[in-house]
Design a binder for this molecule. Structure first.
Ligand SMILES: Cc1ncc(COP(=O)(O)O)c(C=O)c1O
Length: 356
């Protein structure tokens, strides 16, 4: 049997580092939140180029908290798709709102934009407070148009990125387009923990603050609870493992893309494309390398031979340190290869020259 995903293989591939990370957490005596979770939040935010990342206990929690933190609740309609994991629709119900199901585009299997327009124009259109597109199978929903519709109607946009770690749309990573986005790190996902884990991203400081309080019983300051929240905290051991795996996501995505291409050609060769086909990929989905520690990593980031001219003007010796210390602010997409170059040493003065 060909496994679609194999979390054990991913563990065995990096067994030493993962074991070390788990031991580090066990020895630290700090098992929930803390240093590991904070570091993972920062590293994942850097990876996406988003301002805030808030780790939670699962992808379902991430969706529910994203909705709640954006003010969605009872009486609100949330337009989302029928073709998704049950968690997408369940999270809307858990937030107290009502799911309003839009069909998917049969070519891409993501939210049908024309259908969404119709819903807004229909009798219930006024009540749609949020739109929740799902990037199914790593395929980006048509966010430029969906975002335009949301803006026109004053609706919140929340992305379900549970299946789309590392995917790019017009040079920006998914998880960076709306008011908030939810990720799952269920073990079989492109980036999987050793158990349940999730995360919400946002560029809005107020939403970030609300998320952080909601996940710990409505508390902004320890032992002071402003409102009723949840226990949706992430265990440190999952964060530590995710930190080990994050830099390898690019390689795994590339391998998946290569496998998908091979399936395409075999299906085509066997004349089966009338019966089987993959959804159309309307946008660039790029396997994305990430470097969080030093210059050599990001020089490896763009492997296209044409991109050799990508250089950092700062010297490697000065580029040590975490993204926080080096002050990463932005990344660039190489216009030739479509790959993202993350300037881990760009602290304002150090800049990256794109090869294009
Ligand atoms: C599209 C989608 N949304 C949400 C979820 C929920 O994530 P979790 O299982 O981590 O709660 C999943 C997971 O299967 C998913 O595929």
């Amino acid at each position: 049997m060909i496994l679609q995903t194999d979390p054990k293989a991913a563990y065995l591939e990096h067994r030493e580092e993962i074991d070390e990370a788990v031991q580090r957490v066990l020895g630290s005596g700090w098992y929930i939140h803390g240093r590991e979770v904070r570091a993972f939040e920062e590293e994942f935010a850097t990876y996406l180029g988003v301002k805030h990342a808030v780790a939670v206990a699962s992808g379902t929690d991430a969706l529910e908290l994203a909705l709640r933190a954006c003010g969605i609740g009872p009486g609100d309609l949330v337009a989302t798709v029928s073709h998704t994991a049950v968690a997408t629709v369940a999270a809307v119900e858990l937030a107290g709102a009502t799911p309003f199901l839009v069909d998917v585009d049969p070519r891409t299997l993501t939210l049908d934009v024309a259908g969404l327009e119709e819903m807004f124009a229909g009798p219930e259109g006024q009540r749609i407070r949020a739109v929740l597109p799902v990037h199914l199978y790593g395929q980006a929903a048509d966010l430029p148009r969906i975002r335009g519709i949301c803006r026109r109607h004053g609706a919140i946009l929340i992305e379900d990125c549970a299946q789309a770690h590392g995917a790019l749309l017009e040079g920006a990573r998914l998880g960076n387009w709306g008011d908030a986005a939810a990720f799952s790190f269920y073990p079989t996902k492109n980036l999987g923990a050793l158990g349940d884990a999730g995360l919400v991203t946002t560029n809005d400081a107020a939403v970030d603050k609300k998320l952080r309080a909601l996940r710990v019983h409505g508390s902004e300051v320890k032992y002071y609870h402003k409102f009723i929240g949840y226990n949706m905290r992430l265990d440190a051991v999952h964060a530590a493992v995710l930190r080990v795996k994050l830099p390898h996501v690019a390689t795994w995505l590339s391998a998946r893309e290569a496998a998908a291409k091979r399936y395409d050609s075999l299906i085509e060769g066997a004349n089966l494309h009338g019966f089987m086909r993959r959804p159309v990929l309307p946008v660039s989905r790029v396997a994305v390398p990430v470097c969080l520690r030093g210059l050599p990593g990001w020089l490896r980031a763009c492997r296209s031979p044409r991109c050799r001219r990508v250089r950092c003007r700062r010297r490697a010796a000065r580029c040590r340190g975490s993204p926080r210390r080096t002050g990463i602010r932005s990344s660039r997409v190489c216009r030739r290869s479509g790959r993202v170059i993350r300037p881990c040493c760009a602290s304002g003065r150090g800049t990256v020259r794109s090869s294009s």
